[in-house]
Write a new protein. Structure first.
Length: 144
């Protein structure tokens, strides 16, 4: 997995108070403080409608539903991103593990992690917190 450079500036930059005013407490904890939801609890874990998943903080398209699959991990999993320019990949050595963090390229929000154990054609598993995303169905309606 090719990692991006964290030194890039994000199109949307807000201070903590602005993010706290926009996001609820769980969204803020996950998106802005790199938290994680409990496995199996996210609203998109067993959700398989057709459409796109967007960043809950800025609305940038992250994943197409056609790349979503059941990994059994407890989090929504995708084998590819909508566009590689819409995510930033960073080395994450927290919790005494070496992982690759996935952030939104639009606003720098934490989405989850990507692992090299996914299905073909990419062999990747983007393991993403449901609270980090919103869903837009094929009619263009944003799910709450």
């Amino acid at each position: 997995m090719e990692q991006n450079n964290e030194n890039n500036k994000y199109k949307i930059e807000k201070n903590d108070n602005e993010w706290k005013g926009q996001l609820d407490s769980e969204e803020y904890r996950v998106l802005r403080q790199c938290g994680t939801e409990m496995p199996g609890t996210g609203k998109y874990y067993n959700f398989y409608e057709q459409g796109n998943y967007i960043c809950a903080a800025c609305g940038l398209i992250l994943f197409d539903s056609g790349t979503k699959y059941s990994s059994g991990s407890g989090w929504p999993s995708f084998y590819d991103v909508f566009s590689s320019s819409n995510v930033v990949l960073l080395e994450d050595k927290s919790l005494n593990m070496k992982r690759t963090e996935v952030k939104c390229a639009g606003c720098g929000s934490h989405l989850g992690h990507v692992f090299p154990d996914g299905p073909k054609p990419t062999g990747l598993r983007y393991c993403i917190n449901s609270v980090s995303m919103k869903f837009i169905d094929i009619k263009g309606t944003v799910q709450p």
